[in-house]
Design a protein around this ligand. Structure first.
Ligand SMILES: [Zn+2]
Ligand SMILES: [Zn+2]
Length: 423
């Protein structure tokens, strides 16, 4: 896991740099595909994902090395053939995992965050899950295990395969000729993120596009059907942690409320969006029916609130980068605590962006806990060893979050429409 933390130290600045490049490019060609609040929300979601993944939280059903040991029919040498086979196997597994996530109620919860942005840009690619708590992916790697693809190869290819899915989240690249027949392109992935009836649940491939053609899920982007982005049940919040559990919460409520025991059991494995008839009647949920005319989530935000959101994003990213940098020194318990500070921070400022009335309390208690932690340990997780006034700096940051929360809760009009936050 330490190597993953190190890899992220390099990957994160690279991704953020490309997001910035896209913003600047959009500005100069006068075709901006970003807005501040959505992009901050997307990048914050990326933060929650890497913190969660670096802590390795989750229930592992089975590991790849275990499958390899028990299933391998042959032992192949590590030649270029193995790398190609490994990559194909990963992409095949990725296709089916993605298809499962789209089609089954329970699995949709772990993927909805990725589709929750109503924009489509490079930042949206970083909306990655924290609710994938059941690790079953190795089961989909059985073909690779049968072929005896070494664990080392899979471990190296895994992050590369994921990172290679970043670039095609853009509206600035058109169709790409013959490449469309081989790899997933921006055009194909725009279709994937679209909620138009013509496009929904199509193009589930990750790197290669032939799986979709093979298994009947391919759809070309059509000029007369401009993609409209988002999810049919809009998230209506900038808070990525909430979005990660919205669908699960709806399922739990439905399973609890329905009179039918059969429905209580099967709701989890039914197609995405399926609901027991009695609760669907009693507690209707609004679904977008006209994809060209729906209100995007966009609560009023002053320039000050936008600036403050960026400041908070940068501060929490800085904290997280230090957490990765000092990963080995901090130790697991410390990392959990550190991760909690980052998580609660993101929860707090994205709630402030939502203009939620409870945001100020989250910010206040987090800042208080942070200040007490610095007071009693005399440090911030070893930061003073690198920067002698480091913990003072973090202390000042916590004080600034109290000031920010008070300002945006009381001095700017943040009167609340709580309904828009209701799940
Ligand atoms: Zn998807
Ligand atoms: Zn995507």
């Amino acid at each position: 896991m330490e190597t993953y933390a190190t890899a992220l130290l390099y990957a994160i600045p690279f991704f953020v740099g490309l997001v910035l490049f896209e913003v600047i490019y959009g500005y100069f060609v006068k075709n901006q595909k970003h807005n501040v609040m959505d992009t901050v929300s997307s990048l914050s979601s990326g933060l929650t994902n890497v913190v969660k993944d670096s802590l390795g939280l989750g229930v592992v059903l089975v590991t790849y090395p275990y499958l390899l040991e028990h299933l391998a029919l042959m032992e192949i040498q590590t030649t270029w053939v193995v790398w190609v086979l490994g990559f194909l196997a990963l992409d095949f597994a990725g296709y089916w995992n993605h298809r499962l996530s789209h089609r089954i109620n329970f699995f949709w919860n772990q993927h909805v965050i990725h589709h929750s942005s109503e924009e489509f840009n490079l930042a949206c690619a970083l909306r990655q899950s924290i609710s994938n708590l059941l690790v079953y992916f190795p089961l989909l790697m059985i073909p690779a295990a049968l072929l005896g693809v070494p664990h080392k190869v899979v471990a190296i290819l895994g992050p590369l395969h994921l990172f290679a899915q970043f670039w095609y989240h853009t509206q600035h690249i058109g169709k790409m000729g013959w490449l469309e027949y081989i790899i997933i392109t921006p055009s194909q992935h725009r279709v994937h993120h679209a909620i138009n009836p013509e496009y929904i649940d199509k193009n589930l491939g990750q790197i290669f596009s032939f799986w979709d053609r093979m298994f009947g899920t391919f759809q070309e982007e059509m000029e007369e059907v401009p993609p409209q982005y988002g999810v049919l049940k809009p998230a209506n919040t900038w808070n990525p942690i909430l979005i990660n559990f919205q669908h699960l919460w709806r399922l739990i409520k439905d399973a609890w409320r329905t009179q039918s025991y059969w429905d209580k059991l099967r709701i989890w494995f039914m197609p995405t969006g399926w609901r027991p008839t009695d609760v669907a009647e009693k507690y209707p949920i609004q679904i977008i029916d006209d994809v060209y005319n729906f209100q995007k989530y966009m609560p009023a935000a002053s320039p000050a609130l936008k600036g403050y959101s960026i400041y908070q994003l940068l501060a929490n990213t800085g904290l997280m980068l230090f957490m990765f940098y000092n990963y080995a020194e901090i130790g697991f318990d410390g990392l959990l605590l550190f991760g909690a500070f980052v998580f609660i921070g993101i929860y707090g400022y994205t709630s402030l962006m939502d203009k939620a009335s409870f945001a100020i309390w989250i910010e206040f208690f987090r800042a208080l806990a942070g200040l007490l932690f610095i007071y009693f340990t005399g440090d911030w997780f070893g930061l003073n060893a690198y920067l002698f006034f480091g913990s003072y700096l973090v202390g000042i940051y916590f004080l600034s979050t109290i000031a920010g929360a008070v300002y945006f809760a009381y001095f700017e009009n943040t009167s609340l429409d709580k309904e828009q936050l209701a799940v």
